[in-house]
Write a protein that binds this ligand. Structure first.
Ligand code: HEM
Length: 451
């Protein structure tokens, strides 16, 4: 039997827009607790209907599984992806249909298990550079800044065949501006095409212009001869041919892919590492376990470090929400959902679903060591189905390598216990994430830690 979708009451004229602007994640979590696995959010006034829009959330893992896998019912032509396309160009994330398939086939070999394992030495060298570098002196430091630097260098060297230190500072400045301007556009009830320089459009137009210039700098600085990696992202993009027409990618298509990979390839992983270290900074016992396993050798250190990152991404999923649109009438959690509905999928909420996550708010990496049984889509920080994150293995390996290197040299103590979050394009800390680091005198033995 179907039931009407519950709708939390919002502002009389703006609906849920003020609540989403004020505290998106808190609002989603609270309304899930109050209404259950399917909730409709009105953006704009209730009447007339055309003055606003509805977003319908699917929180149960079974519905998430359908949304991620059933491309006949759930498409990607959503407000959110349109804003991303307008903001940073049309890359793999926002493309659809045959061009998406072709581009994905072009880049996929760079992320095969064998290739990703091959990046381990490069990741370890970059981790050593960070850990032994001048920024990592005992005392108080900003974990987020450090992790952004690390992940950008890794993605730069692995995918673009060179380090990209000359764009680090500018990306550091532009990423939060991009997040703020594009999130504001996403919550606007009416959008004027970005080609029109209105006061509302100007900040996003400026950020976009500067980001394109960054991508072009990376492109201009690259040459096949100077690249130390024989088969990198740019060689692949430049060498790609349409199987039917034999045409190569245009300069604009290449620029958009480069920018997409620069952003998707560092910001999310930097967040995952920052949040994980912030939580580990309250748990010296868990740090000791990882360090002891590192000193013991064997696979336990990888298992423990990886479990810590997985749990970090459960509580703080860097891709905190995504969207789909219904291509036909369907049901979500027993509620009828009409064709053309915007569907919100939020790992932030589903990763806290009490049916699948006992004591959901507690940071407990052992959930991923025990490999507890749960539905596949109770946990999906990397999405799923054909559109799952292409960089998943890359990000997991990079994070494991960094955690092992950093923790075996330093103990991390969380200095600032309240971390304010900014759920923009990705989930990021709203300011610096301060921790006190001190050099380890001697690593504990596994037996001592696990006793
Ligand atoms: C912890 C790190 C990461 C997280 C949490 C993450 C998360 C995600 C998620 C959830 C999606 C799917 C979005 C959707 O279907 O709506 C996605 C797609 C994507 N990610 Fe990641 N990602 C991470 C790291 C990376 C890295 C390191 C790269 C590249 C080096 C990357 C490149 C991409 C690309 C290109 C797509 C689009 C794939 C497609 O549609 O074919 N990501 N990511």
């Amino acid at each position: 039997m179907t039931r009407a979708i519950p709708r939390p009451a919002g502002h009389p004229l703006l609906g849920m827009v003020p609540a989403f602007r004020h505290d998106l994640l808190g609002t989603l979590e609270r309304t899930f607790r109050e209404h259950g696995d399917c909730v409709a959010y009105r953006l704009g006034p209730a009447r007339p209907r055309w003055l606003g829009r509805d977003v319908i959330a699917a929180y149960h893992p079974d519905d998430v599984a359908r949304a991620m896998n059933d491309g006949t019912v759930f498409g990607r032509d959503t407000t959110g992806f349109t804003v991303i396309r307008e903001s940073i160009g049309d890359g793999l994330l926002t493309r659809d249909g045959d061009t998406w398939r072709r581009h994905r086939r072009t880049v996929q070999p760079l992320f095969s298990r064998r290739r990703v394992t091959g990046y381990a030495a490069l990741m370890a060298a970059e981790a050593e550079k960070i850990v032994d570098g001048p920024a990592m002196r005992p005392g108080i430091l900003d974990l987020h800044h450090l992790m952004q630097r690390f992940t950008l260098r890794v993605v730069g060297r692995a995918l673009f065949g060179d380090d990209i230190d000359n764009v680090v500072a500018e990306l550091h400045e532009l990423v939060p501006l991009l997040g703020e301007a594009s999130t504001a556009r996403r919550l606007q009830l009416f959008t004027i095409p970005l080609t029109v320089p209105t006061p509302c459009n100007r900040p996003l137009r400026d950020v976009r212009r500067r980001l394109f210039a960054v991508a072009e700098r990376v492109l201009n600085g690259w040459s096949r001869e100077s690249s130390p990696v024989a088969d990198d992202l740019l060689s692949r993009l430049r060498g790609a041919r349409d199987p039917q027409t034999g045409e190569t990618l245009s300069e604009q298509e290449i620029r958009d892919e480069v920018l997409g990979f620069l952003l998707a390839g560092h910001e999310t992983t930097a967040g995952a590492l920052t949040f994980t270290l912030h939580e580990l900074g309250r748990r010296p016992d868990l740090q000791d376990q990882i360090v002891a396993a590192v000193h013991e050798g064997g696979p336990a250190a990888d298992v423990l470090a990886r479990a810590a990152v997985q749990e970090g991404m459960r509580l703080y999923p860097p891709a905190h929400s995504t969207e789909r649109v219904t291509l036909e009438n369907t049901e979500i959690a027993g509620c009828p959902v009409p064709v053309g509905s915007q569907i919100l999928i939020s790992p932030w909420v589903t990763h806290r679903h009490p049916e699948f996550w006992p004591d959901a708010h507690r940071f407990d990496p052992s959930r991923f060591v025990r490999e507890d049984r749960r539905p596949r889509y109770a946990y999906f920080p990397f999405g799923g189905g054909a559109r799952a994150c292409v960089g998943m293995q890359f990000a997991l390996l990079e994070s494991t390598v960094l955690l092992k290197a950093l923790l075996s040299r330093f103990q991390v103590d969380t200095t600032q216990h309240d971390m304010t979050l900014a759920p923009l394009l990705t989930l990021r800390p709203a300011g610096p994430v301060l921790a006190t680091v001190s050099r380890r005198a001697r690593a504990p033995r596994v037996a001592d830690v696990l006793a």
